[in-house]
Design a protein around this ligand. Sequence first.
Ligand SMILES: C[S@@+](CC[C@H](N)C(=O)[O-])C[C@H]1O[C@@H](n2cnc3c(N)ncnc32)[C@H](O)[C@@H]1O
Length: 329
Amino acid sequence: MSAAASSQLGTKQPAAKAQRFPKRVHKQPSQPQMPFVRPTIYSTENPAPDVNEAHLSITHGDCVEGMKLLANASVDLVIADPPYDIGVGKAVWDTVPHYMQWSRTWLAEAVRVLKPGGALMLYGSPERLWICHLKIMCADEFGLEFKQHISWVYKQGGDSRMNNMVKYAVRMEHLEWFVKPGAGHTFNLDAGTEAYSEAEFKEALAKGVGRVTAESLSRGKPPKNWWDIPRENSRSKEREYGSHPSMKPLRICDRIVGIHSNVGDTVLVPFGGSGSECVAVGAAGRKLVAYEQEAEYHRIIVRRMKGPWRSHRRQYRRTRSRRGPYSPP
Ligand SMILES: C[S@@+](CC[C@H](N)C(=O)[O-])C[C@H]1O[C@@H](n2cnc3c(N)ncnc32)[C@H](O)[C@@H]1O
């Protein structure tokens, strides 16, 4: 008798084994941990004796001068969030050609010190054309391999300007991923996956019948090329250590560091700003070489690195060990 016929007759068929939402199915590979190290503060007048040996070095001064002291092929990852406004504040460039000329000087050093296979993650504003120039420069002049464009999108912004708006609200930023050719690159998939909620899990199973299984979904959602992560707003606890106009959220920095580097690797942050990348690098047990030329911002980095990054490190470890697929804090 067919299943349809038997159900019409009210006979019970053995139920197909339901695929259950896995609570803790995926074990993170254990990562070696680095001992806690105090950040060391330097200046370009008083540089680290051997910057490549320092665990967490934060230098007050010009990154181009600082990077000149680094050995060739000595860093595994560069996270660059350069200033992009021309003729603003203490900016040393007043025209686009001058900005490009300056960009060439820091990019030349950053690419020189990057190891083959190392990644350059470059931020850019969607409101400025410079990122297009910089991308072409990275590929054509410095021979970097363009891997992918990532959009960082966020939900707030523009609401207070609704009365006189004449263009779209800006709610995204560019992040460009380049790799120095010559060796395989790091891409830690598990650091980029996010856990499915129970509802999403059920939906993915239902939609992917025959293609996806509970086991495959237990690895989490594949990392995508747009990241929906809120900005650090004025009430964020990260702002307590001082104000900076372009503070990046720690969740973005954690993602970049986790996916594109390994424990013990050296990460170069040429434009320290408020130190978000520095906190993430220290928390994840990587070595840090960072620069910031403004004394006021350098002090914010030092304040954040001397205290809160330790608690962020505990949080980072807890998140990675408990939840299986990395789900940002
Ligand atoms: C866009 S902000 C970086 C923000 C950072 N990602 C954060 O989350 O706070 C750029 C920073 O680079 C610094 N800067 C600009 N030119 C520099 C240079 N030549 N050397 C070192 N720092 C520089 C600026 O003072 C500014 O704080």
